[in-house]
Design a protein around this ligand. Sequence first.
Ligand SMILES: NC(=O)C1=CN([C@@H]2O[C@H](COP(=O)(O)OP(=O)(O)OC[C@H]3O[C@@H](n4cnc5c(N)ncnc54)[C@H](OP(=O)(O)O)[C@@H]3O)[C@@H](O)[C@H]2O)C=CC1
Ligand SMILES: Nc1nc(=O)c2c([nH]1)NC[C@@H]1CN(c3ccc(C(=O)N[C@@H](CCC(=O)O)C(=O)O)cc3)C=[N+]21
Length: 290
Amino acid sequence: MTATALDGKATRDEIFVDLTERVRALGEAGIAPGLGTVLVGDDPGSQAYVRGKHSDCAKVGIASLRRDLPADTTTEQLNAVIDELNADPACTGYIVQLPLPAHLDDNAALERIAPEKDADGLHPINLGRLVLGTESTLPCTPRGVVHLLRRYDVPLAGARVVVVGRGVTIGRPIGLLLTRRSENATVTLCHTGTADLASEVSRADIVVAAAGVPHLITADMVKPGAAVLDVGVSRTDAGLVGDVAPDVWEVAGHVSPNPGGVGPLTRAFLLVNVVERAEKQLAAQRAQAR
Ligand SMILES: NC(=O)C1=CN([C@@H]2O[C@H](COP(=O)(O)OP(=O)(O)OC[C@H]3O[C@@H](n4cnc5c(N)ncnc54)[C@H](OP(=O)(O)O)[C@@H]3O)[C@@H](O)[C@H]2O)C=CC1
Ligand SMILES: Nc1nc(=O)c2c([nH]1)NC[C@@H]1CN(c3ccc(C(=O)N[C@@H](CCC(=O)O)C(=O)O)cc3)C=[N+]21
């Protein structure tokens, strides 16, 4: 028996069909969404992600603005670029690609982004609203994971979910999405201080592997029939390697491949966030005109 693939590319293509129509409708109403990216340094992985984001924008008709800065960019120079995008009406949402080089502060950069332009959903205001349960821009990778599970009818209500990794892009926020009443899952968050990772994972109906450790999750840890989402990526001499070992496909019910699983959806939800924001802006304009 081999697991059903949670196909991120096919699911992304469905989302893009919908987004293309919504972007067209916004354009008719005189609103042009524009996504900005801020990339500091020349990490090949980060460059590839940013390139992917711009090619996605072109596919659905969203304008894109790109700010590539050298590795030795100072805090003041980075702040100036953030302030410029905050003020630019052509940029309706943007991201600062993380991690920044070591001499720059990731959290300070996130906090400087205007919350209404935070396409990643990682500004403290948006993360705080997620905790409060009020309307906010949601983080893209957790949104992608939830969408993929729903798309393949993996039951969430009452499910036991084990998340591996407590990073800000996925591990810490995803529990907040999965434990909303609309999802109703029960979530355990694991990290390097977890006493017995294998025993935690073995109880899970859904495993979200987001540690960035090659093949951390192996078949012997996984409950037969569980859904396993491979989020972490490592660049090795053998190419891109996910957190999930190939033998997991023999025992799991569903597996998201890596590449081709959560990655394309992370990018798709960045665009969804930008389009949703523009639609809200349009609705507000129309309400005011009445
Ligand atoms: N496919 C996609 O769309 C995306 C992929 N990613 C990838 O997901 C991964 C996680 O990213 P991010 O959320 O930023 O997290 P970070 O890279 O910031 O953190 C990794 C987390 O994994 C934990 N961890 C590391 N080794 C182990 C281990 N052996 N057992 C248990 N936990 C471990 C760390 O624990 P501790 O805190 O104790 O050190 C840490 O909390 C990265 O590989 C990143 O590249 C991220 C975003 C999108
Ligand atoms: N502010 C910020 N926001 C992020 O969302 C963010 C970030 N910083 N820093 C790094 C991580 C990583 N990340 C990925 C995005 C897309 C793919 C992706 O599309 N991957 C393709 C393969 C791409 C390839 O082959 O290089 C796939 O999985 O099929 C992967 C990983 C977003 N991140």
